[in-house]
Design a protein around this ligand. Structure first.
Ligand code: ATP
Length: 246
């Protein structure tokens, strides 16, 4: 039991979700460590959705609602943290849901699919070997994708991603949107749109933005990811400056 009054209650609740995901076979040990890296950057950005992240969310929503074949790529951490939101985002944007794991195992894929289905998902791709194919220029298990999903997508949302795969997806011609709390990671730097925010906070905001934009023909605003990332790094610098009176 985490008391509501605990100053770090939200952060502890998020950890609890991941630990449950670990116990249920969705999350691997390495995923818990990756979360720790994310938490550290969350601390540095002030544990809130910044104005800069709101701008990235707006651009991401527009890219998703205007995509022809959008796909949401799901790993263990994402499924443990936001199962309802993944399903809701898929419903609003028409994006397919595909499981794609760095530490792949059939058992884990089944556990993730079952969690998504319990939360209302229809079809979940990335499970049936007869549809499996490869994205070129990538060595990890994540090169295996579903022919009906990521392989033929135009826009792919790949939260909490590793850099190699993001770069391979870019080389393969995909528009990549990511959530990454570390604005300096290779994924953050290589993606077309990086939302520097915790998926827990950012997903509901992205869903709302997609709801507002869907069905409307809003002209596309130019989005400069590098500039947006620079602003997030500046925000970290300012927070550190405030704390050190610099
Ligand atoms: P890269 O290969 O892109 O340089 P990395 O090696 O740090 O990055 P991973 O450890 O594979 O990448 O991925 C974890 C990434 O996800 C980290 O950048 C981490 O900051 C981020 N992250 C972890 N938890 C969350 C979360 N809840 N919300 C958003 N980002 C998160």
């Amino acid at each position: 039991m985490i008391p509501k009054s605990h100053p770090r209650a939200i952060s502890l609740h998020i950890r609890e979700k991941l630990v449950c995901g670990f116990r249920d076979g969705l999350v691997v040990e390495e995923g818990l460590l990756a979360h720790g890296r994310g938490e550290m950057f969350d601390y540095l950005i002030g544990e809130k959705t910044t104005k800069t992240s709101h701008e990235a969310i707006r651009a991401a929503a527009q890219a998703l609602v205007q995509a022809k074949s959008p796909v949401i790529s799901v790993n263990g951490n994402f499924a443990a943290l936001c199962p309802k939101e993944i399903v809701e985002l898929s419903r609003i944007t028409g994006a397919k849901i595909e499981i794609n794991l760095f530490y792949a195992s059939e058992k884990r894929k089944k556990a993730i699919a079952s969690t998504l289905k319990k939360n209302g998902a229809g079809e979940v791709l990335g499970i049936e070997s007869k549809f499996a194919t490869r994205i070129p220029k990538l060595d990890s298990a994540r090169r295996i994708v579903d022919r009906r999903g990521i392989f033929s997508a135009d826009v792919v949302l790949v939260p909490l991603e590793d850099g190699d795969r993001t770069i391979a997806l870019k080389k393969f011609g995909k528009d990549v949107i990511t959530f990454d709390l570390n604005p300096m990671s290779r994924t953050a730097q290589a993606a077309d749109i990086t939302i520097v925010d915790n998926v827990i906070r950012g997903m509901p905001i992205l869903i709302d933005a997609c709801k507002k934009m869907s069905g409307k023909n809003i002209p596309k605003k130019k989005f400069d990811n590098k500039k947006n990332l620079e602003k997030s790094i500046q925000a970290i610098k300012q927070n550190l400056g405030r704390m050190s009176n610099a």
